[in-house]
Design a protein around this ligand. Structure first.
Ligand SMILES: [Zn+2]
Length: 191
C-alpha cells in the first residue's frame, strides 16, 4: 500500500530490543503463490512472529503485511491503516482471518505491495467487508472494515491465499511488472 505509518521514536527504541525486522520476499517467489495453512496454536513463536511482522511493516513503511511475505507459511496478517501524523497507531494482528460478508458497493484504491516495490495499480474491491478472525489472545473477533482498512484487509487475506494485487490486472500489465521485479531481484542479488 502506498500509505506509510510512523512510530514515535520512544516507541521504536523500546520495541527494537525485543523485535527484529525480517526480510520481505519480493515477487516472483513460489512462497507468495501458496495457500497457507491455518494457525493451529498460539504460542511464543507465533507471538514473536506477530511482533516481528509489525516491526517489519512499520519499518518498510507499510500499512499491512501477511506472514508469507516474510516466508512464514501461516495464516496471520498484521495491519495499521492509521495514516494521520501524530495519530495513535492502531496495530492489529489477525489470525486465520476470513471475509464473511462483502458489500455490493465497490471502491477503487491505488494499491501497492511491499513484495512488489514501487509498482501501483488501481484495484476495485468491495467497499466494505466483514471479517472474522482470532486475536493473539485466542478470542474470536468479527469486525466490519471500510475505506482503506477494507482494501488493506482484503489485500492481506489475498496473500494468505497465494494471490497478489497484480493478479487482478490484465496479463500484459502483470507480465510487465513481473519482469521489472525479476530485474530488481537480479540487481539486489548483485548487491
Ligand atoms: Zn501485499
Amino acid at each position: 500500500m502506498r500509505a506509510g505509518c510512523d512510530l514515535h521514536d520512544a516507541d521504536a527504541s523500546a520495541r527494537s530490543c525485543v523485535m527484529s525486522i525480517r526480510s520481505i520476499l519480493i515477487h516472483p517467489d513460489p512462497r507468495l503463490k501458496k495457500v497457507v495453512a491455518p494457525v493451529a496454536a498460539i504460542d511464543d513463536d507465533l507471538r514473536r512472529l506477530a511482533d516481528d511482522m509489525l516491526e517489519t511493516m512499520y519499518d518498510a513503511p507499510g500499512i499491512g503485511l501477511a506472514a508469507p511475505q516474510v516466508a512464514a507459511m501461516t495464516r496471520m496478517l498484521v495491519m495499521d491503516c492509521v495514516k494521520e501524523e501524530n495519530a495513535t497507531p492502531m496495530p492489529m494482528v489477525l489470525i486465520n482471518p476470513s471475509v464473511i460478508w462483502s458489500s455490493e458497493d465497490k471502491s477503487i484504491y491505488d494499491e501497492g505491495c511491499l513484495s512488489i516495490p514501487e509498482q501501483y495499480a488501481e484495484i476495485e474491491r468491495p467497499a466494505s467487508v466483514k471479517v472474522s478472525w482470532m486475536g493473539l489472545d485466542g478470542k474470536d473477533v468479527q469486525e466490519t472494515f471500510d475505506g482503506l482498512w477494507s482494501t488493506c484487509v482484503q489485500h492481506e487475506i489475498d496473500h494468505l491465499n497465494g494471490k497478489l494485487f497484480i493478479d487482478y490486472l490484465k496479463p500484459l500489465r502483470r507480465q510487465m511488472i513481473t519482469r521489472k521485479m525479476q530485474k530488481l531481484k537480479r540487481e539486489m542479488a548483485r548487491g
